[in-house]
Design a protein around this ligand. Structure first.
Ligand code: GLV
Ligand code: MN
Ligand code: MN
Length: 412
């Protein structure tokens, strides 16, 4: 089969997609169920319809574009990723897997291939935790890893519920119908930028992912005592921000204490109330992200952070409440799909290497439903979640070509 991939076309589509953004270019911000997100979704589904795919969406807004196979009764082979983007992000995270997946299907069609199993392209809702505080919302619901009633009650920063937001966006129907049965798909493959430096540094074209790290998210609320920044004496203070600052350093210490590069801890959100230069902070809110490829080691870090929070609260006379938003187990990729990707990369004549994913992805949850693996392509400097994130059209074309071969193999 002569598979010809149009990397420039994908790059041009990604450039158009990047115009659906609430940030100044080159930054991209696309938060789930905003007008911008809905317009981007319409752009994507329009391209899918142009490609002759059958498009539908579930009540969570997960969107499916199907190329029917000759034996449509068999479970389909699926590919896809997300198009939401965190604030001040770039244009390639997730989107390469969605638009690259579309180009893989178009390339297979141009090559005259007809799949026996249907091939389904999935655009997952809210892989990013930006709006509702928890990542992989769509795939989490599909895998039954998040109860539909609990999901409906999630709220955004303005107190609007997920249920209302998705209905306002036009996704109605019962949320519990989003859940799929194990075996709903014969296989799932996600193409994604690496978001790290290894492939570029080692001069390798594609990474075949064998495992995905275990992420955990914590929300911490600290209540101290506010007051006048001039008049309140230092020995009398119960400064909520300083307690938060100490806790942030404890997160760093706990993550470093494992001695493994695979353990990482980040405090990415810190809100100080009332946020006035002449006012002692009375409240502070932190959001903490801890990950490891080893779930038990990650949980030991979480326990260390909890103990540090208790000690800081007692010593500083503040109240610290903690909520574990998610503490997901790591995923092992399925050997059969890893092998299909390995064969595909060899068939395409490109350099490949096995690797783990330190970022999480919808594949973390799809692996509970179907044999799953991921395909990484290099991104410049390993940079991601930043406006200068970049993957070249040539790198994208190689990833799409390998994906197309793997989809052909798995759907034959
Ligand atoms: C996904 O964007 C992640 O934070 O790993
Ligand atoms: Mn991301
Ligand atoms: Mn992503």
């Amino acid at each position: 089969m002569n598979i010809r991939v149009d990397g420039e076309r994908v790059a041009a589509e990604l450039a158009t997609l990047a115009t659906y953004s609430d940030a100044e270019p080159p930054a991209v911000t696309r938060v789930v169920f905003t007008q911008t997100d809905l317009e981007a979704r319409r752009y994507f589904t329009g391209l899918c319809a142009d490609a002759g795919l059958q498009v539908r969406a579930d009540p969570a807004g997960n969107t499916f574009a199907r190329w029917p196979g000759t034996d449509a009764a068999l479970p389909a082979v699926a590919t896809g990723s997300h198009i939401d983007a965190i604030p001040n992000a770039g244009r390639y995270d997730g989107t390469v897997g969605v638009f690259g997946g579309l180009e893989a299907i178009r390339a297979l069609g141009r090559a005259g291939y007809r799949p026996r199993r249907s091939i389904e392209l999935i655009q997952f809702t809210s892989e990013e935790p930006t709006r509702f505080g928890i990542g992989c919302l769509g795939s989490r619901l599909m895998a039954g890893a998040l109860d539909a009633a609990a999901a409906a009650r999630l709220t955004d920063g303005e107190g609007r519920s997920l249920d209302q937001c998705r209905r306002d966006a036009g996704f109605t129907g019962a949320l519990d119908s989003v859940r799929l049965n194990t075996g709903a798909y014969a296989a799932f493959v996600e193409l994604h930028i690496e978001q790290g430096p290894l492939l570029e540094r080692d001069g390798v074209d594609v990474g075949i992912v064998t495992a995905i790290a275990a992420p955990a998210g914590l929300r911490v609320a600290i209540a101290g005592e506010g007051g006048h920044a001039g008049a309140m004496l230092m020995p009398d203070r119960h400064d909520a921000f300083l307690a938060g600052a100490e806790l942030a350093l404890a997160v760093e210490r706990a993550a470093r204490s494992t001695g493994s590069v695979d353990t990482v801890g980040t405090v990415g959100v810190c809100e100080v109330f009332p946020g006035a230069v002449n006012s002692v902070p009375s409240r502070t809110r932190l959001e903490i992200d801890v990950r490891d490829i080893d779930g038990e080691r990650r949980d030991r870090v979480l326990a260390e952070i909890a103990a540090a929070a208790d000690a800081i609260a007692a010593r500083r006379g503040v109240r610290i409440s903690r909520e574990v938003v998610n503490a997901d187990p790591p995923a092992r990729c399925a050997p059969a799909v890893v092998e299909a990707l390995t064969r595909a990369a060899a068939g395409a004549g490109v350099r490949q290497q096995a690797m783990i994913s330190r970022a999480y992805h919808d594949s973390l949850f799809m692996s509970r439903l179907a044999p799953t693996a991921m395909l990484f392509i290099p991104c410049r400097g390993g940079v991601s979640h930043r406006p200068d994130e970049y993957a070249s059209p040539a790198a994208i074309a190689i990833g799409v070509a390998v994906l197309a071969r793997a989809l052909a193999d798995l759907s034959a």
